[in-house]
Design a protein around this ligand. Structure first.
Ligand code: PBG
Length: 332
C-alpha cells in the first residue's frame, strides 16, 4: 500500500504542522451527541450527596436531578442513563421492588419525561440495586438462577417501558434475556422500545465505585459475579454473546468496561457493523479523575481516553465525565 512513498516525498509531519490541518485530516472526533451521562437518583434524599469514590459525581434526589439534567442538556448532551439507589428496607432476596410500577426509577422517568419530553432515557435492566445479596438475579443455593431471573427481568422491563424509558439496557448477563424481553415488549405493544444490550460485559473490578454509589457493594460482600459476567481472558466469546443478542432482538450492543477492552469494541464493530456503545465505567473514571484532581495527570487525559473509544469504533459512550467534557468540547 505505501511501498513507493519514501522520505522526503513523504513527510508525515507535514500534516501535523498546525492544529487546523491536523483537524482536517482527523480520523475520529468526539461530539456532544456521542455522550451519554449516567446519573444516580436516590430515594428519600434531600438535595444531593457526593459519592466519595467518584470525585465530582453525586447522587441526586428525585427533585434535584431535574436541575442537573437541565445543566446536562444545556451542554448539548441529549441522553442520560439512570441508576436507582433505593431505600435499604426495600431490598429483598428476589429484588421484587424492581417490578413495582411506582418504584423510584419509574417515578423518576415519568417526572423527567414530563419536564424534558425530548430527552433519551436509558434504564438499566438488572436486579442488583434491588436485591439484598447484591446479585443481578435470583439466588438458588448460592447460584444465580438464569431462567427464574428472566421472568423478573421481563416484568422489570415492562414497568420501565410503561414509565417511558426510551432505551432498556439489560446489564444482567443472563442467557436469553434479550429474546425474552423483546418478546414481552412486542406482546405489550412496546414495539419501538430500544434494547441496548450490555452484550459483552466483563466480570470486572473496575465496577467498584459504582457498587458504592448504588450501595450494593456491602450486599455483595466477597461474592463474585463470575458465574454470569464474562471472563477478562476471553475475546471470541464476546462475538458469540453479540451474535446471540442481535439474533434475539438487540438494537445496540455495548462493551463494558471500556478502556481495558478497546480490542473488544473494535472487534465487534468490525465484525457486525451495528451500533456499538462503550461504557467508561466508574473505576476508569475515578482513576483518571483522581489523578487529574491531584495534578498528577493533565485534565486532557479524560478527552484522550474518550477519543480512544471513538477510534476503536464506538458510536456513543457512557461516561461520568460526559457533562464536563461536553462543556469543554463546546469551548474548543
Ligand atoms: C448493574 C450494573 C453495574 C454497572 C452498571 N450496571 C455493576 C455491576 O455489574 O456490578 C457498573 C457501572 C460502573 O461501574 O460504572 N448490573
Amino acid at each position: 500500500m505505501f511501498i513507493d512513498r519514501k522520505f522526503p516525498k513523504t513527510r508525515l509531519r507535514r500534516l501535523r504542522a498546525n492544529a487546523n490541518i491536523a483537524e482536517l485530516i482527523a480520523e475520529s472526533s468526539l461530539s456532544q451527541t456521542d455522550l451519554i451521562q449516567p446519573l444516580f437518583v436516590k430515594e428519600k434524599l434531600v438535595g444531593t450527596e457526593a459519592i466519595e469514590s467518584m470525585p465530582g459525581i453525586s447522587r441526586y434526589s428525585e427533585d434535584s436531578i431535574l436541575k442537573e439534567i437541565e445543566e446536562v442538556l444545556e451542554t448539548g448532551i441529549k441522553s442520560i442513563a439512570l441508576f436507582p439507589v433505593i431505600d435499604k428496607t426495600k431490598k429483598d432476596s428476589s429484588g421484587k421492588e424492581a417490578t413495582n410500577k411506582s418504584n423510584l426509577i419509574c417515578n423518576s422517568i415519568r417526572k423527567i419525561k414530563d419536564r424534558f419530553p425530548e430527552i433519551i432515557i436509558i434504564a438499566d435492566v438488572a436486579l442488583d440495586p434491588y436485591t439484598d445479596h447484591g446479585h443481578d438475579g435470583l439466588l438458588v443455593n448460592g447460584y444465580v438462577d438464569n431462567d427464574l431471573t428472566l421472568d423478573i427481568l421481563k416484568s422489570q422491563s415492562l414497568v420501565l417501558a410503561e414509565a417511558g424509558a426510551d432505551i432498556l439496557a439489560p446489564s444482567d448477563m443472563m442467557d436469553g434475556r434479550i429474546g425474552n424481553i423483546r418478546e414481552a415488549l412486542e406482546d405489550a405493544d412496546y414495539k419501538n422500545t430500544i434494547l441496548l444490550s450490555y452484550a459483552a460485559k466483563y466480570n470486572s473490578k473496575f465496577y467498584g465505585p459504582f457498587r458504592d454509589a448504588v450501595s450494593s457493594a456491602n450486599n455483595l460482600g466477597s461474592s463474585s459475579k463470575s458465574s454470569y459476567q464474562m471472563s477478562s481472558h476471553n475475546k471470541n466469546e464476546a462475538l458469540h454473546e453479540v451474535a446471540l443478542d442481535i439474533n434475539e432482538g438487540a438494537d445496540i450492543v455495548m462493551v463494558k468496561p471500556g478502556m481495558p477492552y478497546l480490542d473488544i469494541i473494535s472487534l465487534i464493530k468490525e465484525t457486525f457493523k451495528i451500533p456499538t456503545f462503550a461504557y467508561q465505567v466508574s473505576g476508569e473514571y475515578s482513576m483518571l479523575k483522581l489523578a487529574i484532581d491531584k495534578g498528577w495527570l493533565d485534565n486532557d487525559v479524560m478527552l484522550e481516553s474518550l477519543i480512544s473509544f471513538k477510534r476503536a469504533g464506538a458510536d456513543a459512550i457512557l461516561t461520568y465525565a460526559a457533562k464536563e467534557i461536553s462543556k469543554e468540547i463546546k469551548l474548543k
